[in-house]
Design a binder for this molecule. Structure first.
Ligand code: ADP
Length: 262
């Protein structure tokens, strides 16, 4: 499959214009605003096909590969990636490390270790997940990477409830952009399974609502932009309509979950 360029991944502004994303059903969170809508993007598909500056891997503490998105990234990158990872000495939960991307179309891979969801202590899981997003964004900025694509950290075999994880992702990215917005061009959320598509469709508008100002000039500008958006949309890649099968049936076993891991 041909790599998908960052510029071709639809921003929230475009998705709202195309009516592929609706405004929230409930009141947006305090401080929600449309000002980041050109910088936030959403796509469903395989993160290994994205030709962005950095993709974020939901890794395990060993950094030596596993199942799920980690397995897909290592398979697509080739053996150079695990060789580099071996020299990194693992990674703590909530932290992030950067490598080259080898055969992947992106420039770098950021490996972050999400929490195994702790049912009795959801506050601990939330703090660790927030730290994953924050550490990955910090690393991108430190290395001058402007476009970054996140997989749904911890929402697979690590069991973080999709909607809760999505809220943490949106909230952390919003806070980061509020402070350092100009340092990044695009933060892309990559969904894969239907549950995550639903979570992002309902949660993104709570944090990044559509712009509803309607002066006459703005309406005319919106019409012009809608025509432009329609033209662009005809060039967007098709999104899959069914859940992709995990090519690794032993995924859950291979994830190297360790007892006591946060
Ligand atoms: P974790 O152990 O952190 O839960 P998983 O790899 O099991 O990591 O799942 C993390 C997320 O990655 C899940 O939402 C899963 O649907 C998604 N995912 C799996 N494969 C891919 C892929 N090739 N591209 C993008 N996302 C993927």
């Amino acid at each position: 499959m041909a790599p998908i360029l960052a510029a071709d991944i639809p921003s929230l502004s475009l998705l709202y214009k195309l009516k592929k994303l609706d405004k929230a059903q409930t009141t947006p969170v305090a401080g929600a605003s449309p000002r980041h809508n050109d910088r936030i993007a959403l796509i469903r598909g395989d993160i290994t096909t994205l030709a962005v500056d950095a993709i974020v891997n939901a890794a395990n503490k060993s950094l030596l590969g596993g199942g799920g998105v980690d397995g897909a990234i290592h398979r697509a990158a080739g053996p150079g990636l695990v060789r580099e990872c071996r020299a990194l000495g693992g990674c703590d939960t909530g932290a992030a490390k950067l490598t080259d991307a080898y055969n992947l179309p992106c420039r770098n891979v950021i490996h972050t270790v999400g929490p195994i969801y702790d049912d009795p202590r959801p506050d601990r899981s939330e703090a660790a997940l927030r730290s994953c997003y924050r550490a990955s964004l910090d690393l991108a900025v430190q290395h001058g990477l402007k476009t970054i694509a996140f997989s749904g950290i911890s929402t697979g075999v690590y069991g973080y409830p999709s909607l809760d994880a999505c809220q943490v992702a949106c909230d952390t990215v919003k806070s980061f952009l509020d402070q350092h917005g100009q340092k990044l061009d695009k933060v892309i959320f990559v969904t894969f399974e239907t549950k995550d598509v639903r979570s992002y469709d309902s949660t993104l508008p709570l944090y990044f609502p559509p712009d509803t100002k309607t002066s006459v000039d703005q309406e005319k500008a919106a019409k012009d932009q809608a025509a432009e958006a329609k033209a662009t949309a005809s060039k967007l890649p098709d999104v899959p309509t069914t859940d992709p099968a995990d090519p690794d049936p032993d995924h859950a076993q291979k994830k190297q979950k360790q007892n006591g891991e946060a």
